[in-house]
Design a binder for this molecule. Structure first.
Ligand SMILES: [Fe+2]
Length: 294
């Protein structure tokens, strides 16, 4: 009955947290939310972060049996296919990912050959489903709000809560992307905070505010005590007001329009054209500009 060993990796350009967690009894593990680097100015991708993860699992002797995403990310490309190619492990995401694919298929006006059935992943996970890393059970919580398909992975005293809560001094994640919903986010967070008080919650992002070091982990107890948006467990309407007002001031993520078209393909670039290059497509005029506020 060992708790998982968790190793975190921060991607500074996007403030994203990636994780490897494993069962110390059997050394079987999973990767959560790996990042593929993307430089929009050069149109270049890199595998620096994913290669760090590969080096770690090899050195630690971890057998990776799952490559997991919590949701289709809006601020970075997923490195899941790259890691699958090297490790042979299957990929998974939440079962509601087809809803996100249908939504963005419309925004990008993708052709009929773009599949919106989630078949770009090896497995679509349902709420309440349990899978194992060796002797370690991992339970799936459907936790929408930030996206329509977000899920949380709960493994004994650790939970990978992605973009629901952020660190206590930052509060919660935004709920204003297409398909986002602050009421759903509230309910998802309330469910996470019903986990035992010593559960370690590992967040999806940290932007190291006020010059502090980047952090990724806080217990349920510390979120209830001091989370900027959730201390003392606010009422739904109060949270929704704070969240929606805050979201109205935030610019869209710099990489959103690039990232979603890769991530709804399971982290793959669009099919190469006749010259062998892939191209990204940017809709003009679909989103209002919110670039003046921070
Ligand atoms: Fe996200």
């Amino acid at each position: 009955m060992s708790n998982p060993v968790v190793k975190s990796f921060w991607d500074k350009p996007t403030g994203s947290w990636q994780y490897v967690f494993h069962d110390p009894e059997t050394m079987k593990g999973a990767i959560v939310d790996p990042v593929l680097g993307y430089d929009p100015l050069a149109g270049a991708i890199d595998t620096v972060r994913a290669d760090e993860i590969l080096a770690y699992v090899r050195l630690a002797g971890i057998e990776v049996v799952w490559i997991l995403d919590t949701h289709p990310h809006a601020d970075h490309f997923s490195a899941a296919p790259y890691l699958k190619e090297r490790l042979g492990a299957p990929t998974a995401i939440g079962e509601h990912v087809p809803k996100v694919q249908r939504l963005w298929k419309g925004i990008y006006n993708l052709g009929g050959d773009f599949r919106t059935d989630g078949s770009q992943w090896d497995r679509l996970l349902k709420d309440g489903e349990i899978f194992h890393l060796g002797n370690l059970p991992v339970t799936v919580f459907f936790s929408p709000g930030h996206t329509m398909a977000s899920i949380t992975y709960v493994a004994r005293d650790a939970a990978f809560v992605h973009d629901t809560l952020m660190m206590p001094d930052s509060g919660s994640s935004r709920a204003d992307f297409p398909g986002g919903n602050s009421r759903e986010l509230y309910r998802s967070i309330r469910r996470i905070l019903e986990l035992p008080s010593n559960t370690r919650l590992f967040v999806g992002h940290d932007y190291a505010p006020n010059g502090r070091a980047p952090l990724c982990e806080a217990t349920v107890e510390s979120h209830i005590a001091s989370n900027r948006h959730f201390a003392g467990l606010p009422m739904e309407d109060d949270f929704v007001k704070v969240r929606d007002e805050r979201d109205a001031t935030l610019p869209l993520p710099k990489l959103m329009l690039a990232a979603l078209q890769v991530n709804i393909r399971g982290g793959r670039l669009p099919e190469p054209e006749s010259n062998g290059l892939s191209y990204l497509k940017i809709p003009i005029g679909y989103f209002e500009s919110r670039s003046c506020n921070g």
